[in-house]
Design a binder for this molecule. Structure first.
Ligand code: PMP
Length: 402
């Protein structure tokens, strides 16, 4: 018998299982509102033109080779990503108290950040929002955190942020707890705190001695504006917090499978930067030794070239605007049909996802009877909607809630 005979099947990952069900479905009008990736109005994946252009340039450049990158990655990427996040006026950048480390997309940056925090010992409890991206608990627990807890976030009755609940839960968190915060375009709800609420969150984190860990997977993708989407992180920076932030370039560069990410680390004192980098070097060395080059060079080259950056900003705007127009289109259709309930939350929410407020029964019906695939919690990927399927989706939502 096998040594592994006692290994049990792990539970399926919801979003991938849903995607498989969609792919296997033969219904011609099927709609995929599950997995979080951008689609054009033709329902196709989009390789950004500036990315194509860079790939051609890289392929033709015979001075490039396949030598290893340094353990902490391609420096032009890490420094540009850090500046893109913290902004040109960042006090920590100016004072040399901030540093960037190339990681394996957003997930890899979360993992390296979490493992570092777990290893230095003080941090054993992590809090994330309820609900949150399905991978947060897995990443932090696997990285060595002992306890994963949630803070209240979504008020299902109001279809809005449960700010009082959030504050109460953070107030009760033990000192040194790591507080995961979505930098913008909260996944899955699409609801972010207001600037005033962010200020109150920052006050509380400071007062209670908690540690902010931002997850920035959608900078630029939410509003179409890189600076606006970085407001919360920059606000914490302006107040002199120590923090880390995991950045993903999967969505805003459309580089999902290239695994381009960055971990930004901000300290109160520049003297700690080198020791921290040296410890993270060992941690990465034992993990995957060094990160891949291809996507990092694309992003690093674009972000270090003003003309290419402008071109890229245009692409982000195209994606953000299409999402926003789908939000308006869906809300308009539901309101016109007088579908029971209120639908303003669809346009109030921001980013790739909308938390529709559809309950499990409605979700089951959409999948089973109408071949419209969405997560059990009622999250839809707005990019799955387009001018060809939006009428069908609106009509089916109307049917399942009426
Ligand atoms: N955090 C959040 C909130 C996300 O939605 C995602 C993407 N689904 C990620 C992190 C990381 O994704 P990736 O590892 O592909 O960059």
């Amino acid at each position: 018998t096998s040594k592994f005979a006692s290994v049990e099947n792990a539970p399926p990952i919801e979003v991938f299982a849903l995607n498989k069900a969609y792919v296997d479905d033969t219904f011609p009008q099927k709609v995929n509102l599950g997995v979080g990736a951008y689609r054009t109005d033709e329902g196709k994946p989009w390789v950004l033109p500036v990315v194509r252009q860079m790939e051609q340039q890289l392929a033709a450049d015979e001075t490039l080779n396949k030598e290893y990158l340094p353990v902490l990655g391609y420096e032009p990427l890490a420094s540009a990503a850090t500046s893109m996040l913290l902004g040109s006026d960042s006090p920590s950048l100016k004072e040399g108290r901030a540093t960037g480390i190339q990681c394996l997309s957003g997930t890899g940056a979360l993992r390296v950040g979490a493992e570092f925090l777990a290893r230095i010992g003080k941090h054993t409890v992590v809090y994330s929002s309820n609900p949150t991206w399905g991978n947060h608990s897995l990443v932090f627990l696997n990285a060595g955190f002992e306890t994963y807890r949630s803070y209240r976030y979504w008020d299902a009755a109001k279809k809005a942020l449960d700010f009082d609940g959030l504050m109460e839960d953070l107030r009760n968190a033990p000192a040194n707890s790591v507080i995961l915060l979505h930098a913008c375009a909260h996944n899955p709800t699409g609801v972010d705190p207001t600037q005033d609420q962010w200020k109150q969150i920052a006050d509380l984190i400071e007062e209670r001695g908690l540690f902010p860990f931002f997850d920035s997977a959608y900078q630029g993708f939410a509003s179409g504006d890189l600076d606006r989407d970085a407001w919360a992180v920059r606000y914490f920076d302006s107040r002199g917090f120590e923090m880390v932030c995991a950045q993903s370039f999967a969505k805003n560069f459309g580089l999902y499978n290239e695994r381009v990410g960055n971990l930004t680390f901000v300290a109160k004192d520049r003297a700690v930067i080198e020791p921290v980098r040296s410890q993270i070097t060992l941690l990465v060395r034992a993990n995957y030794s060094n990160p891949p080059n291809h996507g990092a060079r694309i992003v690093g080259t674009v972000l270090n070239n003003p003309a290419l950056t402008e071109q890229w900003k245009g692409h982000i705007k195209t994606m953000a605007d299409r999402i926003i127009s789908m939000r308006h289109g869906l809300r308009e259709r539901l309101e016109k049909m007088e579908t029971p309930g209120t639908w303003n939350h669809i346009t109030d929410q921001i980013g790739m996802f909308s938390f529709t407020g559809l309950g499990p029964l409605a979700v089951d019906k959409l999948i089973a009877e109408h071949h419209i695939y969405l997560l059990k919690g009622g999250r839809i990927n707005m990019c799955g909607l387009n001018t060809n399927n939006i009428d069908y989706v609106a009509k089916c939502i109307h049917e399942v809630v009426t």
